[in-house]
Ligand binder design. Structure first.
Ligand code: SIN
Length: 286
């Protein structure tokens, strides 16, 4: 079987798994994409939700220019700026840190009124092995639920907050002391199932770092169902795994996938640069 997706002409798209994710070759990330190439990239993004571009070797500034081709870059108030810029966040795990950032199935900024729609990540320093990122497809996971649970979830809303980050003083070591202490709590109520207008799919909208509970349910009442859903979305049937290499750039849908940073490289350093793009108001599934 030919692993390449023959539906793309201007770029070479090779799926990573049957569920989601693909490698994309044939672009120069340092240049502006020609319109027909960008149309194909956008189509690949909708189809695969997670795209990895090998051999790009971008500087931080080039990474920012690359990101701006995908949308409007969001400031990150939660980490100290990189140089003068709050547009690039550094995700660092030092050799002495036992825990890493991103060690649960989550989306970024899922608590915002208009949560980030696209995330970009680029390695600056990688461990000799390990440090992969896992992704799961929230639409495929939703589709695999029983019609009864789908209907129940469509009628529910979730309460999402940045509580984990605001109270992250207790994780200060993992955040390398770079978290400002004065962030205010943000809390928004979102649909538990959202609609993706680009492909017509419905998708769960939960995140282990943001979702406190279902709206009008207590945290205790919500926990069993949320735990069930986190176990469900993490089934290998809905997941893919990307191993980072120097020079790669990853771009993924922050709304319709969750990601998980694997912590399997004790005593080694891993430094990633991340850019988040501003999202739109969520559409509740009908
Ligand atoms: C993140 O959680 O946004 C970063 C993922 C990673 O470091 O692999």
């Amino acid at each position: 079987m030919d692993p390449i997706d023959i539906n793309f002409k201007t770029v070479r798209v090779t799926p990573n798994s049957g569920a989601l994710g693909a490698w994309v070759e044939g672009i120069d990330g340092k240049s502006t994409f020609p319109p027909d190439t960008f149309r194909e990239l956008h189509r690949a993004f909708i189809r695969y939700k997670v795209l990895f571009f090998p051999d790009q070797h971008l500087s931080s500034q080039e990474f920012l220019v690359f990101a701006r081709q995908w949308g409007s870059v969001q400031q990150n108030p939660y980490f100290q700026p990189l140089g003068n810029s709050s547009e690039i966040t550094e995700i660092i795990k030092r050799p002495e840190d036992s825990r890493n950032i991103g060690r649960s199935w989550h989306m970024d900024f899922g608590f915002d009124e208009k949560p980030t729609n696209i995330n970009l990540l680029m390695p600056r320093k990688l461990p000799r092995r390990g440090g992969d990122t896992l992704f799961c497809d929230l639409s495929k996971a939703f589709k695999a639920l029983s019609p009864g649970l789908q209907q129940t979830l469509k009628a529910l809303k979730v309460v999402n907050s940045n509580r984990d980050i605001v109270h992250a003083a207790r994780y200060e070591k993992e955040f390398n002391g770079r978290l400002p202490q004065n962030n205010i709590e943000v809390r928004n109520i979102h649909p538990a199932v959202i609609h993706n207008p680009d492909n017509g799919e419905d998708s769960l909208f939960i995140s282990a770092t943001a979702t406190e509970r279902f709206d009008q349910w207590t945290a205790e009442e919500s926990k069993p169902l949320l735990d069930y859903l986190y176990a469900h979305v993490a089934r290998p049937d809905f997941c893919c795994r990307f191993s980072w290499e120097e020079g790669m750039v990853g771009v993924w849908s922050n709304l319709y996938t969750l990601h998980y940073a694997v912590n399997d490289y004790p005593d080694e350093e891993r430094i990633m640069q991340r850019i988040a793009l501003t999202g739109e108001r969520l559409i509740a599934a009908g």
